[in-house]
Design a protein around this ligand. Structure first.
Ligand code: SF4
Length: 273
């Protein structure tokens, strides 16, 4: 299969390729839809992913000006209610910045293709920008793990590269950018990542390298499962790959709420007030 002449990469597609080239192929080139669900753990996993997406919609609605208490009633499960309560408590701190850009999309040409990102929130004050990303993970990942995720690298790079319209026409200096993962389950343990010029250059080189590698690929091998089988256990394409019938338990998945493919996000219910 020839790779498209102009492909729009996202942090998810880059991470999928890094995790398993075959998954990248199935999801983004063949655009195979979510395979049939057969097992109860998978249903529970999907339910939780949808709750996570609904939480994101509620946060976005608050950030465009709908009073928090008007949204309270939408938290229709104990899990969502807890996340929402935690978010509401943090809301004054998050919204202290002069300018807020919720659900912001930025994109830039890179390596002959494009890189795009949708930010949950960019908060700007006096030339400094904070990227917020809400996470509804069951586990709080280690900072070392988050720091090498493609999301952490791509989001900060993109804001420095393509965010000047948020800063009176001047690019943000990398040193004026911070990324914060805020965990709805662990509201007192955000993960904060500063940025600097050296990281910006390394990220650009790394992004160009992986984009070039994907563009030149002629086959997309399955991940080497090693001893644990962990990558496939939490992958929706197990049946396509003959890598097992049973889903892993969502409580063990490290990045469970990142697993809902972008091509399915449109199917997440809209909020009706
Ligand atoms: S089941 Fe395993 S090999 Fe197949 S796409 Fe998923 S991670 Fe890759």
């Amino acid at each position: 299969m020839d790779f498209p002449a102009l492909f729009t990469f996202s942090q998810s597609s880059l991470q999928d390729y890094a995790d398993c080239a075959r998954r990248f192929q199935l999801r983004y080139l063949e655009r195979l839809t979510w395979p049939a669900i057969e097992t109860e753990p998978t249903l529970e996993n999907e339910r939780r992913q949808k709750a996570g997406q609904f939480f994101h919609r509620m946060a976005q609605q608050a950030l465009v000006g709908i009073p928090l208490d008007k949204l309270d009633g939408l938290a229709g499960s104990p899990e969502l209610a807890k996340w929402w309560q935690n978010f509401s408590a943090e809301y004054p701190n998050i919204t202290r910045a002069a300018k807020l850009y919720p659900e912001l999309t930025l994109s830039a040409p890179l390596g002959g293709h494009r890189l795009t990102a949708k930010f949950d929130l960019v908060a700007v004050s006096e030339g400094k920008a904070v990227i917020y990303d809400w996470k509804t993970y069951h586990h709080r990942p280690r900072n070392e793990t988050l720091s090498i995720r493609w999301q952490t690298r791509a989001y900060r790079w993109l804001l420095a590269e393509a965010g000047k319209h948020l800063n009176d026409g001047k690019n943000f200096a990398p040193e004026d950018i911070e990324m914060v993962y805020w965990f709805a389950e662990f509201p007192d343990q955000p993960a904060r990542f500063a940025y600097n010029a050296g990281q910006f250059e390394r990220d650009q080189a790394g992004l160009e390298k992986i984009i070039e590698e994907i563009g030149a690929a002629r086959d997309y091998p399955k991940v080497d499962e090693g001893q644990t089988g962990r990558t496939c256990r939490f992958c929706a394409y197990r049946s396509y790959c003959a890598r097992g019938d049973l889903a892993g338990d969502w409580r063990e998945a490290e990045f469970a709420d990142d697993a809902l493919p972008e091509i399915l996000l449109d199917q997440v219910a809209e909020i009706e007030l």
